[in-house]
Design a protein around this ligand. Structure first.
Ligand code: URA
Length: 242
């Protein structure tokens, strides 16, 4: 008999419990049981054909139908599944049946950032799209409180010190003649990275919209609306990270 073993965080992600990082938190809280016993060892390998894995009393099985959506996130929505302060969450903008099948946002956007947010229950793709190793480029349209200086543009493109290390090379393209609106493409995702990069050089970001994630563009999707990705878009995303 062939035995397929998968690391527990990846198994839970395949069952639609969220990103691998999120499932690790669930494991650490002691909420996952394997063959009737709590399992908090993050390195545990699930034997897919023999182990019974449960969460809140429910037996977990890998998801069979994958969903891939893109939302144009409006300002004011948080990218968490639940918010203690009762602020609106991006999950409220997605129909119930996708959520029931474990569809979750891929990565995060700040509350006041707008734009392209991918949702899926394909834990493997979500992992690859967000893991720093895959260096997936993300492009943002940035509005600044004053014109971007040429030397600052070069500094940001080369990399500046942020949170104790240098940011990876970025590309900046001015959008208007005054250079108060630019696009920036980065291949990492430190906390509030774009706002912080400009803030380190004394600028305030007054508007931030993500317009591209890897090969996927926002297009003319209105704020607050989602659409289901086409087969070609899903294939493009997958081959981008494989
Ligand atoms: N950079 C930011 O500062 N905020 C975001 O939401 C995304 C990238």
């Amino acid at each position: 008999m062939t035995r397929t073993k998968i690391r527990i965080n990846k198994f839970l992600s395949l069952c639609g419990l969220g990103s691998r990082r999120k499932t690790e938190e669930i494991i650490k809280k002691g909420l996952i049981y394997v063959n009737g016993l709590p399992m908090t060892d993050l390195s545990f390998q699930v034997d897919v054909s023999n182990d019974i894995v449960t969460y809140k009393g429910q037996v977990l099985l890998p998801v069979e139908t994958y969903h891939y959506l893109v939302l144009n996130k409006p300002k004011g929505y948080v990218t968490t599944t639940k918010d203690e302060r009762n602020r609106p969450t991006v999950l409220q903008l997605i129909p119930e049946h996708f959520k029931k099948e474990g569809t979750f946002p891929v990565g995060r956007l700040d509350k006041d950032t707008e734009g392209l947010l991918i949702f899926t229950n394909d834990g493997d793709l979500a992992y690859k799209l967000t893991h720093p190793r895959f260096k997936v480029p993300k492009t943002y349209r940035v509005t600044l409180d004053r014109p971007l200086r040429d030397d600052h543009k070069l500094a940001l493109e080369h990399g500046i010190e942020l949170y104790g290390s240098y940011t990876l090379p970025a590309t900046i393209i001015p959008v208007n003649d005054e250079w108060t609106t630019v696009t920036i493409t980065i291949t990492e995702g430190k906390k509030r990275q774009v706002r912080m990069m400009f803030s380190m050089l004394g600028y305030e970001v007054t508007g931030l919209i993500r317009i591209q994630y890897g090969p996927l563009t926002l297009g003319n999707l209105p704020p607050g609306k989602y659409r289901i990705l086409s087969k070609q878009e899903i294939e493009k995303l997958k081959s981008f990270v494989n």
